[in-house]
Design a protein around this ligand. Sequence first.
Ligand code: AP5
Ligand code: ZN
Length: 215
Amino acid sequence: MRLILLGAPGAGKGTQAQYITEAFGIPQISTGDMLRAAVKAGTELGLKAKAIMDTGGLVSDDIIIGLVKERIAEPDCAGGCLFDGFPRTIPQAQAMVDAGVTIDHVIEIAVDDEEIVKRLSGRRVHPGSGRIYHVEHNPPKVEGVDDETGEALVHRDDDLEETVRKRLAVYQEQTRPLVDFYSNMSGEDAPACHFIEGVGSVQEIRAKVVAALGG
Ligand code: AP5
Ligand code: ZN
């Protein structure tokens, strides 16, 4: 099964992805996590990407499409994968169609902007694994440290309110049009498209996602 989680920054894509990948035994492909790993490793791509990510803009389609094509060619993606934060533009989605990479489900998780600003100001992440917490809604067992490794949690550099507002605008302009792109597809390669209201507990949203996937 190959599926896409679509949704604004902070809608809960990464949070739901952690569960879906376990339940369905497919890898998560988060282009955001891949870029953050490159930033951490200090590669040329990482340096270029950091400047763009810190302003809330999008990394170029060519770079992202190249990264994803390489990733999905790896053996663990043979049985499918979950895309989180990809595709983010029509050219990225079209590149997958052109490469014959079919999608079974597209799930849009919708959350209003003010809720998103609140969520992202309280988000903490474990840089090593990508595990996601929230100081109130999903706190770690011990404040400030990852449950599994005991390592320190961080606030993402792009979670400053001003950058979050820019990311929300970029989402509306460049990524939201993908909802129509996928729902207007027809034929046997067309994915099933689902809309999920993303406000509610993590478990409530999880139940809606599982129901959409026929679980
Ligand atoms: P990326 O890492 O993809 O970030 P994003 O799309 O902005 O999404 P987020 O990771 O911020 O949010 P999320 O939906 O995963 O929410 P989460 O589950 O963490 O991209 C970052 C940057 O990389 C981009 O801006 C761009 O520059 C670049 N990039 C990445 N992919 C690219 C691409 N394809 N093309 C070009 N550039 C690209 O949840 C958020 C918080 O809310 C957490 O604290 C969580 O605990 C909490 N939470 C989750 N669910 C709930 C709930 N139900 N109730 C209450 N709190 C909740
Ligand atoms: Zn995420």
